[in-house]
Design a protein around this ligand. Structure first.
Ligand SMILES: Cc1ncc(COP(=O)(O)O)c(C=O)c1O
Length: 386
């Protein structure tokens, strides 16, 4: 069955008693045992909850993995995955990385003796130089947030496999609708499901999908032992969002492409970072390994003085710190999402004071362009007057 149909049908045939098309929300945290030594398959909700289980099975199936694990946020999912590692272990990580992931590695995991090196994950020579006998995994974001750098997942996971390393891919920006890293050789996929999967800026959630029995069993142990699991209500809300993922992603992509192409021609813009654009350095790899493009991109203004008035004048587009929802949101990464990354690293990768990140929503593209256009004009006037 095609992915559009599988998404629309999440949870719709799993409830045989009533035939409920929308899977019920089981709030129970404890389940009766039929007798000593027997279980219905549900004992205690941290380990398994029926509503969460339907979501987790759908996530595993959509990402072509073996097991899915729903967590209370994307960060909770990442922490659960990082708990595979301990004292002395080393990770190789994408240079341009979500700031929260960098903070978790540098300020929390470091306390447990886990170290990380940051590199352009397309540079196999650079990666090979960083690889030590203690290296255990490569963590990739592709596209990266916010600079939309693309990594060849098949190439890097083949290399990682040859060295006995795990490949972990944060697939938040493309979702399994457009990209399935496990099919390209990855071992673990992580999501901030708060973003496109949930899709409505109203549920905080994370997902992990694993490939292989041993790794899946290890992750089940960590998920239950750490306990940062997703509640039943939020599991239901996330499934409700995922049912329309295909429609939303197609619209996000079409809108983002239209807005990015319009911005490219604007006199106030220096550069637009969006892999759908033919001049983007990752365009060819992205076209090969994914069936479409995300709805976010970043753009660099010619003058940093434009930033404050643009953020003040946008009306339809909200100045807010997330991505992947129906509503268009604009973020200033240097002072918001990526503030925890030291300035010299931010400058090295290009997350500077002229860069804005735009999560293009599913409103009409004409309205989004009109709003951005009036904000740019207002900013231009103010700068001219200053
Ligand atoms: C790529 C990426 N990974 C992980 C996270 C963390 O997810 P959450 O905010 O759901 O904890 C984010 C959040 O913005 C993200 O953009």
């Amino acid at each position: 069955m095609k992915i559009e149909s599988r998404l629309a049908q999440i949870g719709s045939v799993q409830e045989p008693v009533t035939g409920s098309v929308s899977y019920p929300i089981y709030l129970a945290t404890a389940f009766r045992h039929p007798k000593l030594g027997e279980s219905t398959g549900f004992d205690y909700a941290r380990t398994t909850n029926p509503t969460r289980k339907v979501l987790e099975e759908a996530a595993a199936e959509l990402e072509s993995g073996d097991r899915g694990f729903a967590c209370s946020s994307g960060m909770a999912a990442l922490q659960t995955v990082f708990s595979l590692f301990g004292q002395g272990d080393h990770l190789i990580v994408s240079l341009d990385l979500y700031g929260g992931t960098y903070r978790l590695l540098e300020r929390i995991m470091s306390r447990f003796g886990v170290t990380a090196s940051y590199v352009d994950t397309n540079d196999l020579d650079g990666i090979a130089q960083l690889c030590t006998p203690n290296t255990k995994a490569v963590l990739i974001e592709t596209p990266t947030n916010p600079l939309m750098m693309i990594t060849d997942i098949e190439r890097i996971s083949a290399w990682a496999k040859s060295k006995g390393l795990l490949t972990i891919v944060d697939n938040t920006l493309l979702t399994p609708f457009f990209q399935r890293p496990i099919e390209l050789g990855a071992d673990i996929v992580v999501h901030s499901a708060t973003k496109y999967l949930g899709g409505h800026n109203d549920v905080l959630a994370g997902l992990i999908v694993t490939k292989g029995k041993e790794l899946s069993d290890q992750m089940a142990f960590l998920h239950n032992s750490i306990g940062a699991v997703l509640g039943a209500q939020d599991s239901w809300l996330l499934m409700r969002g995922m049912k329309t993922l295909a429609l939303r992603m197609e619209r996000h992509q079409a809108n983002a492409t239209a807005v990015a192409e319009w911005l490219l021609t604007h006199e106030a813009i220096d550069e637009v970072y969006y892999p759908a654009l033919a001049h983007h350095p990752g365009h060819d790899i992205q076209s090969r390994q994914s069936s479409g493009n995300t709805g976010i991109f970043s753009f660099r203004l010619k003058d940093a003085r434009y930033v404050e008035p643009i953020l003040r004048h946008i009306k339809l587009i909200a100045f807010a710190e997330s991505l992947g929802g129906c509503e268009s949101l604009m973020t200033y990464p240097a002072v918001q999402t990526h503030a925890d990354i030291p300035e010299e690293i931010r400058r090295q990768i290009g997350v500077d004071d002229r860069l804005l990140r735009f999560s293009v929503g599913i409103e009409h593209a004409d309205d989004i362009i009109a709003d951005l256009g009036q904000a740019l004009e207002a900013a231009k006037r103010e700068i001219g007057e200053a």
